[in-house]
Design a protein around this ligand. Structure first.
Ligand SMILES: CC(C)(COP(=O)(O)OP(=O)(O)OC[C@H]1O[C@@H](n2cnc3c(N)ncnc32)[C@H](O)[C@@H]1OP(=O)(O)O)[C@@H](O)C(=O)NCCC(=O)NCCS
Length: 186
């Protein structure tokens, strides 16, 4: 039987490492233009998932054992993924999430992100957690706020083929250990 590497569990979700057999889940997720609206604006070609996306995910597990992109399931099966990625600062991680549209509206993104932040400050001993998204991605910004991340700044990135809304910039949210602990114990 294949060994499943469970990363963490919340009340309703189980997060596990992706395996080489999981390309189909990622293809399904990235095939919805609405899911990809603030990311690339279009479905990710299946060949790109096979050749670039999934190998990239597996490589992060090898290089950063406590970090990576993790498949999330509820009682009914796959709902999307959560990511906790290295940053240029070894004491900071970046969190992210991408859920099937059928899983939106349940509080799953908030629940998973809260768990990742707790994992970062406890198990991983991080000092800072951050997240960024397009300023116009209001659903994502709401997740960041609900999960305890605080708005830090707007910044601008030059893209060759900018998505609608790029003119409003990207937003950075973050929380440091002291703030997270104060809110948690407050
Ligand atoms: C960003 C994304 C994950 C947000 O999903 P979401 O379902 O809106 O976020 P949550 O899981 O926190 O759920 C919040 C919603 O569930 C509702 N909800 C229901 N039960 C809930 C509960 N137990 N706890 C919290 N919220 C609950 C909330 O009221 C809210 O509803 P609303 O959207 O009508 O205001 C989703 O839109 C997505 O995957 N988008 C595509 C990928 C993307 O853009 N990722 C971010 C790029 S950086």
């Amino acid at each position: 039987m294949r060994r499943v590497h469970v990363y963490l569990e919340t009340e309703r979700l189980r997060l596990r490492r992706f395996t080489p057999a999981d390309a189909g889940l990622l293809v399904e997720l990235d095939s919805d233009p609405e899911v990809m609206r603030f990311l690339t604006g279009a479905p990710t070609p299946p060949a790109e998932i096979e050749d670039v996306v999934l190998p990239g995910i597996l490589k992060v597990y090898a290089e950063h054992p406590g970090l990576g992109t993790f498949a999330a399931s509820d009682a009914g099966g796959f709902v999307g993924w959560f990511g906790m990625q290295p940053t240029a600062d070894p004491r900071a991680v970046g969190v992210g999430y991408r859920l099937l549209q059928s899983a939106w509206g349940n509080g799953y993104a908030t629940e998973g992100t809260k768990a990742l932040i707790a994992q970062a400050f406890t198990e991983l001993g991080m000092e800072r957690v951050e997240a960024d998204t397009m300023a116009v991605n209001h659903r994502s910004r709401a997740v960041m706020r609900r999960a305890g991340l605080r708005f830090e700044k707007v910044f601008h990135v030059q893209f060759d083929d900018p998505l609608p809304g790029t003119e409003f910039g990207e937003v950075l949210y973050s929380v440091d250990r002291a703030t997270w602990e104060a809110v948690r114990h407050g």
